[in-house]
Each structure stands twice: as C-alpha cells, then as structure tokens.
Write a protein that binds this ligand. Sequence first.
Ligand SMILES: [Mg+2]
Length: 421
Amino acid sequence: MGMGASADRTADGPEEIPGILHLDMDAFFASIEVRDDPSLRGLPVVVGGAGARGVVAAASYPARARGIRSAMPMASARRLAPDLVIVPPRIAHYREVSSQVMGILGDVVADIEQISVDEAFLDVRGARRLFGEPVEIADLLRRRIREELALPSSVGGSVSRAVAKIASARAKPDGMLIVPADRTAEFLAPLPVGAISGVGPKAQAALERLGVRTIGQLREVPTSTLARALGPRTPEILALADGSDRTGLGHRTKDRSLGTERTWDEDLTDPAEVRRRITMMADEVSRQLRRSGFVSRTVVLKLRAPDGTTLSRSSTFDQPTASGERLREHVVALWERERPTMRRVRLAGVRATQLEPAAGVSLQSELSARPAGWTDLEAAMDRARDRFGSASLSRGSTLEPGRAEAPPTESPAPGESSAGR
Ligand SMILES: [Mg+2]
C-alpha cells in the first residue's frame, strides 16, 4: 500500500485519496530539441523565431536560470544570454511527441483530459487496483515517459484539479508533489494568491490593498469584503483556499462539438441556395472554433427533408483544423453527394466534432508565423467582425450574383468584397 494511505484517512468518512493528477512536460519543446541534439545539453536553448519579431516559445532550464521566460521577445532573451542557442520550432514533430506522451498516459489511466500539447489532467481513482496509489501511478507515468521518450515531466496530485495544477508547478523541474487530502489547506496557505488560476494581476492588486498576499491570509477576510475584490468567482476561490474544492476532470474535448443549424419556413428547392446557406454555416462554425481556441477533426452536415427524413453525413480532415476554407470545402462536398436525392431541404446544420485544443495553432501565432489551419485572411476577418459585428464582412463566395433576397446588411460594399479573395 502507498505511504500516504493512513494520512489520507479522514476521521469520519471513507478514505479520500488525492486522485486527480496534473502531468506537465518540463520545457517541452526545448527538452525535445536537447534530446534530439545532445550537444545542446547544459546550454541556454530556446525554441522560437530568430527574426526581429521573434518570441521565445520554450526555454530550457539553463536558459531559465538566466532569467529567460517563454513569451519573452527574442531580443530580450539575447541580451540576457549572449550565447543563446535559438532553435526554430518543429511543430509537427512536437505534435507527434505529444501524442506519444498521451499514449503512455492512456496505457495506464482511462480518464484523461488533455488540456494542451504537453499537459493533461488524469483521474486515477479507477486505476488504483491495477497500479496502486496516486503517488505510485505518478511515479510510473514519469518513469515511462523518461525511459521511453527520454523526456522530463512533473506531476502534481490532489483532491481537486486546481490544486493538482498548483502542485505540479511547485514540483518542477522533473519532480512530483502529491498533496494528501487532509493537508490541502496547509499546503496552500503560504502560497501567493496569484498561484490560483483566475486570480490575475488586477485581483492581486485589489487583494494587496486588503493586506492579502497569501492564500492563507485570503481565508481570514470576511466573504463580503472578498466578493468586492474578486467578483462572482469568490465562492470558488474560497473553496479552493480552504481545501474543500473537489472539482475533478472537465469534459473531455474529444466528446465536445460546436455547431449551428437552421430550419426554414419554406423548403429550399434550389441546390445553389442550399450550398450558399451551408457555406455560411461552415464559416460561422469556423469562427466559433477559432474564438474558443479549438480545432476539429470531423465536420458533420445534417439535412432534413420536409417529410422528416434526416441525413447526417460526416467528413474527416487530414489534420485538425479551424479553417473556414476547409470546413466549407468538406461541407460542400458532402452536399454534392446528397443533392441528387435531397430535392427539398427544410433544415440544415453544420457541426464540428472531435475537438481538441488548438495548441499548435496558438504556438504558431505566438511565433508570429502564419497560424496552422486557418488563413491570415480569416484571422483578419475575425478581427473585423469582432470590431464591427458579423454583418460587416461576408466572403465573396457566399454571395451569388443576382440574389436579391439576401438581407442588405449581408451584402458587402464593392470594396469589401475584395476581402473575399
Ligand atoms: Mg509544460
């Protein structure tokens, strides 16, 4: 039995174990580069763009020891370490290693929530009988990642996901910290309030004015006073601070989907009109994806005839994407296959499924490179829509000449339609 077993037993209830783990790879991209080129070992290595506008995407621990952090402009990093080694990012390679890491986790634990390319939450309560206590499972995972992939990782464990994440950050680099259930409040008390995700600089400043710097001090302040500083998340933050939070894994992103559907009062009989409508829906769904930071593996087109016959057809992308262009392409191809038998359409829907976090995508935009999976044009259109509302821009391809019934706000001015291509 694990060493934490007796400490975790509460006086009046069943034994409670710190069964939520947060596994986070250490300096993931930089560690991969050093592994693949051992001559870099011990050097201040960063992954990122070397150009004038380059940004540090990942920094090795020797680089961190010099004060270099990710998201720092490359020029500042160079000033801190004149001998800096800058390695251009290999996104596809990192993705591949990421799926190897997730594969190892999946070998041992069934309940996994991947939250980015190099970190995941695991609920190991169901894996105990096979693999032992959380501390033993954490150890096993770290050892396998080290032996099979030659990469360092850290694990935090707790009764709640928020505390597990705080613990993994404290365990770094190449460490493990499992907080027994009845020691949670004690573990958190000396930590700065900023260790709680969601307590940003603004909230920290407000708390500072109340004389609150640590999570322990937070618990001494009357709730009503706290509520003024922290807003609606106050109960959540308080539950975390006193160790009573029990939030487990969130929804697994693979089960999630995003979509839109419409029913029309009058059946659509013109195939070109159906095509136009589903194209606009695909655009809308791609915007939802980009806004929520997801990419999708599969798109589903749903069609319903006036007699109630409903068809659902799906198509899988070569690579997960949030691109409106890809979604349109696939949705239109699905429609072209169904249109000979679907003479009248009453309802149509477009749904993106098998979502995953757009980790590589956000990495690339951090590097101020062209985001994978969607075009510069689409990003520019998103920004314009956010500023002016969705009526201000429409793609040229969604508009067909001579179609007078489209609401006037959807028609672009002549100058704007050039934004479509
Ligand atoms: Mg990491």
